[in-house]
Design a protein around this ligand. Structure first.
Ligand SMILES: [Zn+2]
Length: 75
């Protein structure tokens, strides 16, 4: 069974923008975008660290919407 994160590890990970493994601090991780699922109005994304093989799940909430982005023009 995977170790569970402490409240400190969770807040560090979120303050860091989720860019590093919450267990070992490595920036080398994979996330499965094609496994986006909506759970009670939240989007969850599975992550796995390539260095220490820990797994966790990010939870996203809708916070804003934007106008459609202008298509980039070729230069
Ligand atoms: Zn790790």
């Amino acid at each position: 069974m995977m170790p569970s994160l402490s409240p400190f590890q969770r807040s560090q990970y979120i303050m860091d923008g989720g860019e590093h493994c919450p267990f070992c601090g490595s920036g080398d991780m994979t996330w499965s975008i094609d496994e986006f699922v909506i759970v009670e109005g939240r989007t969850v994304v599975d992550h796995k660290c390539s260095k220490c093989a820990s797994e966790w799940t990010d939870v996203f909430q809708l916070v804003n919407i934007l106008d459609p982005l202008e298509p980039e023009e070729d230069e």
